[in-house]
Design a protein around this ligand. Sequence first.
Ligand code: GUN
Ligand code: ZN
Length: 441
Amino acid sequence: MPHTPTTTALRGCLLSFKGNPFTCPPEEALWVEEDGLLIMQNGKITHCGPYTQTHQFLPANCPVTHYPDSLISAGFIDTHVHYPQLPVIASWGDELLAWLQHYVFPAESRFADKTFASATAKAFLTELLRNGTTTAAVYCTVHSHSVDAFFEESARLGTRMIAGKVLMDRNAPTALQDTAQQGYADSAALIARWHGNGRQLYAVTPRFALTSTPEQLELAGTLFNSQPGLFMQTHLSETQQECAEVKRLFPNATSYLDVYDKAGLVGPRALFGHGIHLHEQDFQHCHTTGCMLAHCPTSNLFLGSGLFKLFDAKGPHRPVRVGLGTDVGAGTSLSLLATMGEAYKVSALANGPKLHALQAFWLATAGAAQSLHLSHKIGTLAVGMEADLCVLNPKATPLLAQRSQSIADTLFALMILGDDRCIEATWVNGHCVYQQPHKGL
Ligand code: GUN
Ligand code: ZN
């Protein structure tokens, strides 16, 4: 995208995290600058501080966009989502395995057509930006060109995205299957084309243990370990029925996670969707290896899959890396505000601590970046970080407008009552890519 000028600036209330609200009192983890200034050059933050002390660094003629009534945060990070499932969001009635057969596989078959893939990728990325999400870990389909379609649009927008071609060589319609060898060769070509190309990052993407043979998982592991910085994404322990099937197909594995471990798929930058029915040993293993679990509450409630044990996972004696995922199409919203709200309700059902607003916002920004091993690039507002921002309007609706006490209370109201209506603007790579259209009277 041609962008001018190269230096831009934003003024308003800046919010970011300087600590982890799961390991210190949540308020101590937050950094707030009520009248702050962010200066951005060539896609990076060059200055970030109080307006009175920072405006002297503004280059002459640098435009300053002022958001006097908004909160400026790092862009949201969605750690688990399927772009080809946008057309089947909100499909009635089934649990996971039947839902895949009835809705998802037919929807993904349409991506044999590259034009359709490009149009859906464009619609999907537009929706992400409308929801303040600037980075996501995204499943494409089995078709290589579905990945090209996605990354081409992401490159045009300048977003930092993680994505990959789905690998499936069994238990799926023939039209959606590759083979272990073909999947390997196609993924290797996509890695060469896209991984580290601008802001794009590749994730080796075996869908889950039920749709890959041990041979395909093995080759996925070879790919994952073939280059530094590559990601791997798959699903883990989402429903009881799926777990029983995995036990039947992999009788020699000591656990579901062990199926992936035996194939070399567990380690830093391995992203596992769900992880609902895990045991203490699995959490211990996740902690030791540096992999990440994507908590997808709207999806888990929609499919009736179960309740993720967030506070078990984050236990301070062996904290597991966790991010939030919308998991659309099983998830019911692309909004991370809505997803935080559902994560709160899942915690409320667990009879333990309730998710604090600052913990939820951390999970959607700095915590996700840490979990992805990308905290040196995204997730916080600080000098040297990539300039991806989400501007929130805390008074976007009449119900929200009546609430403005502490910052934690405002953020809690936003995550319980808010959605895309609260996203005032989204900035990517130092430039405004979305501005909420203002309704007239
Ligand atoms: N498990 C395997 N594939 C999928 C998928 O597409 N969505 C969800 N939620 N779970 C899965
Ligand atoms: Zn998923």
